[in-house]
Design a protein around this ligand. Sequence first.
Ligand code: ADP
Length: 207
Amino acid sequence: MAYWVGLTGGIGSGKSQVAAAFADAGVPVIDADVISRGLTADNGKALPEIRKQFGAGVFDQEGRLNRAQLRDLVFRRPEAKQQLEALMFPLILSEIKTQQQKYAQAVYGVIDIPLLIERPEFMALISRVAVVDTSEQNQIDRVRRRSSLEDTEIRRIMASQASRKERLLVADDVLPNNGTVQALVDKVGRLHRYYQARFLYLSRVNP
Ligand code: ADP
């Protein structure tokens, strides 16, 4: 059985960069965001339930999910956000478990889950939490450079996520990301060597 590390961090912290560095080192990486998008893509498994609960109004003429419409609805009505999450999370959990089974032979793997801290049900899937941490100003600057989001929109997303302090309280390992990308990649390399040794040892004493 592979051990799993839950990788998390606020928007713009550098989580995707870290996930890519683990993948480059040959570590299996499961991405909860990719799973979530797949569930709501054309013919996605979440679509029938979304249509049932939110109606045809959040679909276009061709039957595709109108993401902007759904995002707007969820932004305006907090109870709709809860309803959507209650619908999505069991499907995401189940898909993660299916993917985990494919890597049963690996020493360990990484699950990239932005909402790990906010949703305790994900904790059951992992044996360790790694947090990518950077200053809030860095988060805003990096997201602004990466996308067309306004500062107020970035701050709104940050306010809806766990705080840095909450994340750090749950972290087993912290990857500070206040320097260069290369410095971050080097840190991932060191953590990877530690994980390999640790999880190999654990799998031997706990076969
Ligand atoms: P997240 O997945 O946590 O939202 P990303 O890994 O996508 O964050 O990083 C956000 C943006 O900041 C990306 O464009 C990424 O290339 C850039 N970035 C990440 N780390 C650094 C760094 N140390 N220095 C400069 N840019 C960075």
